[in-house]
Design a protein around this ligand. Structure first.
Ligand SMILES: [Zn+2]
Length: 368
C-alpha cells in the first residue's frame, strides 16, 4: 500500500447533481449483488484465481473477469504471481484480497456532546479517528465529518455506517442529505445494536449477553449463541431502557416528564451533570447511585431471559469500576442467589464505530 497522501474521493456537489434515474437499476442491482458475492468469497479465501472465483461463486467467467477488473482498479485486489499448481496449460494468475482497501466510513452519534468518526476495515481496525463537537447541529456536523473522512479514504468507501440512539429525530433527513453528497450507500443503525455486534466480533462476547450502551440514551441489545456455539443471527434488535422506573429514591425529573426513570439516573447527560456538580470525593457516590438503579432495572431483564452476562458499554469516565461494582451488587441483590448474571465492562472503547464497520461490510457483501 502506498504511504503517499491518499487521493481525494470525489464528492458530488449537493443539490446540483441529482442521482441518475433508475433506468439501469435492475442491472446495477445484479452487478452489486455479484460484486458482494465475489467480495464475500474473497473474505473467506484470501488468495484465489479467476477460475477459483468462478467455481466458488457459480458466476460465469466473463462476469468474473469484469468484476475482477473493477476490484483491481479499486485496489481491493492485486495480482500476486502465478499459481503453483502442476496443471497442464497456462498457469493461472493469482489474486490477493487486500482487506485494508475495503474502507467503511463509521460514525458514532451516541454521545450527547460530540460525534466521533473513523475509516474502518472489515477486521475492525480504525484509521483517522476524528472527534467533533456536537453543537446542536448534529446533521450538519455528521455530514461534514463524513465528507472529511471520505477525502481521507485511500479507496472508494464501501459505505457509510452510522450508529445513533434509536428514534433520534435529530437524524431525520441525514440519509437523504448524504445520498446527494457521497457516492456510497448510507446505513443507519441503533448504537446499542452496533456495540453488541462489536462485542461479538471483536470483544469478549463468547456466551449469551445483554449489552447496555450508556450514551445520550440508554440502549440494550441481546446476543445469544446456539447449542453449537454459533451466534444466533440478530438475536434481538435493540430496545431503549431509559424510561423504566428504577425504584427507590425517585431522583431527578426525567426529560420525559416522569420521576425516577433510569435515564435520569444513568444516561450520560444526566451523569455528566451530576458528576460536574459533585466534588471529587462525591463522584464515586454519584456513579454508585447510578449503578444501583441501573442494576435493579437490568436484573429483571436478565432474569426474564436467563442471561449469564451483562456487558456495559460507554465512555470510560462513566463506565468504570465504581459504576460496574454498584451495578453488579444491585443485580446480585435482586437476583436468585445462585443465578445472578455477571456484570462487566466492554473492553472496546470504539464499539459503535467497529460495529458500524462490521455491519456495513455484512450488508454490502451480502447477496441481496
Ligand atoms: Zn424518562
Amino acid at each position: 500500500m502506498s504511504t503517499l497522501l491518499p487521493p481525494a474521493t470525489p464528492l458530488k456537489t449537493p443539490g446540483t447533481t441529482p442521482r441518475t434515474p433508475s433506468v439501469n437499476t435492475h442491472a446495477q442491482g445484479i452487478r452489486h449483488r455479484n460484486r458482494g458475492l465475489v467480495l464475500r468469497t474473497l473474505m473467506q479465501h484470501s488468495v484465489v484465481s479467476r477460475a477459483d472465483l468462478a467455481r466458488l461463486t457459480g458466476l460465469a467467467r466473463p462476469t468474473i473477469s469484469e468484476l475482477v477488473k473493477d476490484l483491481l482498479d479499486d485496489g481491493v485486489l492485486r495480482e500476486s504471481g502465478q499459481s503453483q499448481d502442476a496443471r497442464p496449460g497456462k498457469p493461472a494468475v493469482m489474486l490477493e484480497f487486500d482487506q485494508r482497501a475495503v474502507q467503511v466510513i463509521a460514525l458514532d452519534l451516541s454521545a450527547p456532546d460530540h460525534i466521533a468518526g473513523a475509516l474502518a476495515t472489515p477486521d475492525g481496525r480504525l484509521a483517522h479517528r476524528l472527534v467533533r463537537p456536537n453543537d446542536g447541529y448534529q446533521v450538519a456536523a455528521a455530514a461534514a465529518l463524513i465528507g472529511e473522512l471520505s477525502r481521507l479514504a485511500s479507496h472508494p468507501p464501501l459505505g457509510v455506517g452510522i450508529g445513533a440512539p434509536s428514534g433520534s429525530s435529530a437524524l431525520l433527513g441525514l440519509s437523504a442529505l448524504l445520498a446527494q453528497t457521497i457516492d456510497a450507500p448510507v446505513h443507519l443503525f441503533d448504537d446499542a445494536d452496533l456495540a453488541a455486534d462489536a462485542e461479538l466480533r471483536f470483544g469478549d462476547g463468547d456466551s449469551d449477553f445483554l449489552l447496555v450502551r450508556l450514551g445520550a440514551r440508554i440502549g440494550t441489545a441481546i446476543r445469544a449463541f446456539d447449542d453449537d456455539g454459533a451466534p444466533v443471527e440478530r438475536s434481538t434488535g435493540a430496545r431503549e431502557l431509559a424510561h423504566v422506573v428504577a425504584g427507590g429514591d425517585p431522583g431527578d425529573t426525567c426529560p420525559c416528564g416522569r420521576i425516577g426513570c433510569v435515564h435520569a439516573w444513568a444516561s450520560v447527560p444526566a451523569l455528566s451533570r451530576r458528576l460536574g456538580a459533585a466534588v471529587t470525593a462525591d463522584q464515586a457516590a454519584v456513579l454508585a447511585a447510578a449503578g444501583s438503579r441501573l442494576g435493579t432495572s437490568l436484573s429483571v431483564i436478565a432474569a426474564a431471559v436467563d442471561l449469564p452476562t451483562i456487558v456495559l458499554s460507554g465512555p470510560a469516565s462513566i463506565v468504570g469500576d465504581d459504576l460496574i461494582a454498584a451495578t453488579a451488587a444491585a443485580v446480585q441483590a435482586a437476583s436468585h442467589p445462585s443465578l445472578g448474571p455477571a456484570v462487566r465492562r466492554s473492553a472496546l472503547d470504539d464499539a459503535v464505530l467497529q460495529g458500524a464497520a462490521a455491519r456495513v461490510v455484512a450488508q454490502e457483501f451480502s447477496a441481496r
